[in-house]
Ligand binder design. Structure first.
Ligand code: GUN
Length: 298
């Protein structure tokens, strides 16, 4: 068997196009341009590349992009004061604080400071709680971007996943835990594995849907994969090559898994592009809610 490649790059481009249509329509109907503020603290090169992409794609989607770059030494109180200003700014509908923050900053307190309506990452405890209890209608949570994008790719590939066995490797607040809630909400049977899980290869082999989000290059091997499984690789790891250069690899040994899986996301070009597309979709939703409008369909 050779796995079907799941083209996240193409899916994300389609989603960004629909978000742009929605943003243009909001401008025509209400004179409002969705505004996203991105805050980055320190000089982590990977975060800076990611943030540059976010800023560019926000503008291309017909949205206003504001970018705050603060030194690594920024004090908690200064960061919180900036968030208070952004919370109060009517032109800003979404606020994203790039993680990880420097060690001296209390990240939980920073995330809790963002008003939940502008929390386009879905990391505020109100949005986390709403996702976990399955709130709907006006109380619908804003959903974290990477797991939401992953779910879209899974459902686009498999259709209805009711009753499927899903195994998630990784229990982070950014991906693993919200991914579990989303898959549960879609009626999958969900197991969250982590560094202390016993016999991880055998557990992974039970998965119809295998989500790898551990940040360990090529950890999931070909013989861990059930024949025909759908593999979602959330990892983005830079590793050295023999020629002294570097390359990007996921958390999955891609070449080995190709022969077992039914479908698989490549790295790059799989889950990665979905994260920013979902961020833009969340910003469009936040702008609609600020006007007391129904959530847009994207
Ligand atoms: N760092 C890695 N992924 C993310 C993300 O989705 N949002 C934020 N704010 N920081 C991140």
């Amino acid at each position: 068997m050779t796995a079907k490649l799941i083209d996240g790059k193409a899916f994300a481009a389609g989603l960004r196009g629909r978000v742009k249509t929605g943003a243009d329509a909001l401008m025509s109907s209400h004179g409002v341009k969705p505004g996203l503020a991105v805050v980055i603290v320190g000089e982590d090169p990977a975060s800076q590349v990611y943030v540059r992409n976010k800023v560019k794609q926000t503008a291309e989607a017909g949205m206003e992009s504001i970018h705050h770059e603060l030194p690594a030494s920024t004090e908690q109180s200064k960061l919180e004061a900036l968030i208070d200003d952004l919370n109060a700014d009517p032109k800003i509908h979404g606020i994203l604080v790039q993680l990880p923050l420097p060690g001296h900053v209390d990240s939980d307190a920073v995330l809790a400071r963002i008003t939940p309506e502008k929390d386009v990452d879905g990391f505020h405890e109100v949005n986390v709680g709403r996702l976990s209890i399955g709130s709907t209608g006006r109380s619908k949570p804003i959903i974290p971007c990477t797991p939401w994008g992953s779910l879209m790719l899974i459902q686009d590939t498999l259709g209805d996943i009711t009753g499927a066995n899903a195994v998630i490797v990784g229990r982070s607040n950014i991906v693993g835990k919200p991914m579990a809630q989303l898959l549960l909400g879609a009626n999958a049977t969900v197991t969250v594995a982590h560094s202390r899980t016993r016999d991880l290869p055998a557990l992974c082999k039970t998965a119809d849907i295998l989500v790898a989000a551990v940040g360990r290059p090529e950890m999931v091997r070909g013989d861990w994969v059930r024949d025909g499984a759908c593999i979602i690789d959330v990892g983005i790891n830079r590793i050295p090559k023999d020629d002294g250069k570097t390359k990007l690899v996921g958390d999955v040994a891609f070449d080995e898994c190709l022969g077992h899986a039914g479908s698989i996301t490549p790295v790059p070009g799989g889950v990665g592009p979905m994260t920013i597309a979902c961020l833009l979709a969340n910003t469009l939703t936040a702008a609609h809610r600020s006007l007391d409008l129904d959530d847009p369909e994207v």
